[in-house]
Design a protein around this ligand. Structure first.
Ligand code: PLP
Length: 407
């Protein structure tokens, strides 16, 4: 089912043979020196249309004036003080995240996996504080991706990520993706929380079936479990709403955020309801860098920009346009393209097994467009949310050309 090899091939190139950088990524032999909006400029001076956004990170593209100004201004004042003192930028960003999510409290960290780990710690601690110390297991979906620490490898059931890193910690169970009955059957008095990605990113831009998210919320309530939404990839406007669970009209208890939140500056956050967050008292969790003034300056610009009147409506309009174009292309290549999936600007083009996604990613790169492969032989398109109508047109033209290249 998964197209990731459990034994990755070394993609040795002249560059990597000389490099002291550990080969944890199969890197393309290309380096960028500048970014402008949705375009990246390589050392060789070639321009690439960025439909990867550094894997869903560059929410406002590259060199966005408001981000540059916000960070530059803060860089001249103060970088870091530690969480031993109040950080006014944190208080502002936390208030905004609480307002936008309908939850109450925010913990700041530096990455996605720190956010998912903290989310699990908070859920467990909330059980403990309620006197339910046996309620510690977290229920996850198969094919999910929650990050790569030893703890989160236990939440991520794909062998490609786990092999050779055992022993994997206990306290996590998996149910089939999108299967509400399986989820209900697995719930019980030992489950602290259900952790879900409302749209699976690494799993191949996979949408949950209709009614699933509402069903998860209802089942969790029935069995006394919390709901953790892993919005690390799908959040911050990526799927057309600020949070990807929004269209379902339900509210999780805990939300993990990172990737797009800093627009390229490393920042993660966990948002929790008061009931759950109150379980965390001084000394129970921490992060040296978490929520430092520079990170908060970036996050503040991102949240302010996404909250501007009409911003998200326009994202949805342009995302629909991309979808229409991709559907048309899929109609022209039924031999290669199995399905268009995902939502907003987290789009997937799943290929038939006869077409290798890596080949299409490389063909697109040759044509000057950057995309990201995902599981299930799926090409992922993650353009900056500010991609213009004209740039969407260019992306679709390049897709058509690259598919022809792969004939
Ligand atoms: C990327 C990702 C993570 C891990 O984020 P890192 O910043 O790489 O640690 C966790 N969950 C989801 C859904 C992700 O897409």
């Amino acid at each position: 089912m998964t197209t990731y090899s459990t034994k990755p091939q070394r993609t040795s190139t002249d560059y990597s043979a000389d490099s002291a950088v550990m080969e944890t990524y199969g890197r393309a032999e290309i380096a960028f020196t500048k970014g402008e909006g949705c375009w990246l400029i390589s050392e060789a001076g070639d321009r690439y249309l960025d439909c990867a956004s550094g894997i869903a990170v560059n929410t406002l593209g590259h060199s966005h004036p408001a981000l540059v100004e916000g960070l530059r201004d803060q860089a001249g004042k103060l970088w870091h003080t530690s969480n031993l003192y109040r950080i006014p930028g944190q208080e502002r960003v936390a208030k905004k995240l609480a307002e936008l999510s309908g939850l109450d409290q925010v913990f700041f960290c530096n990455s996605g996996v720190e956010a998912t780990e903290a989310a699990v710690k908070i859920a467990r601690r909330a059980s403990y504080e309620r006197g339910e110390s046996d309620r510690m297991t977290v229920l996850c979906a198969s094919g999910a991706f929650h990050g790569r620490t030893i703890g989160m490898l236990a939440a991520t059931d794909r062998p490609a990520f786990r092999t050779g890193f055992g022993p994997i910690p206990d306290g996590f169970e998996h149910v089939a993706f999108g299967d509400l009955k399986a989820l209900r059957d697995a719930l019980g008095s030992h489950i602290a929380a259900v952790m879900i990605e409302p749209v699976q990113g690494e799993g191949g831009a996979r949408n949950v079936p209709e009614g699933y998210i509402e069903g998860v919320r209802a089942a969790a309530d029935e069995f006394g479990a919390l709901v953790i939404a892993d919005e690390v990839q799908a959040g911050i406007g990526r799927t057309g709403t600020l949070f990807s669970f929004e269209p379902y009209g339900v509210r999780p208890d805990i939300i993990a955020l990172a990737k797009g939140l800093g627009g390229g500056f490393p920042v993660g956050a966990v948002i929790a309801s008061k009931m759950v967050g109150d379980a965390m008292t001084p000394g129970t969790h921490g992060s040296t860098f978490g929520g430092n003034p520079l990170a908060m300056a970036a996050a503040e610009v991102i949240l302010e920009t996404l909250s501007l009147p009409g911003f998200m409506e326009d994202v949805r309009r342009r995302a629909d346009r991309l979808e229409e174009g991709l559907m048309a292309i899929a109609g022209q290549h039924p031999d290669k393209i199995a399905e268009i999936r995902g939502r907003g600007f987290l789009r997937g083009m799943r290929l038939h097994q006869t077409s290798e996604v890596g080949v299409l990613v490389a063909a697109l790169r040759e044509r000057g467009m950057l995309t990201v492969p995902a599981a299930e032989n799926t090409l992922r398109l993650l353009p900056p949310l500010v991609i213009s109508d004209e740039e969407i047109g260019i992306a679709l033209d390049l897709m058509a050309l690259a598919l022809a290249d792969c004939a």
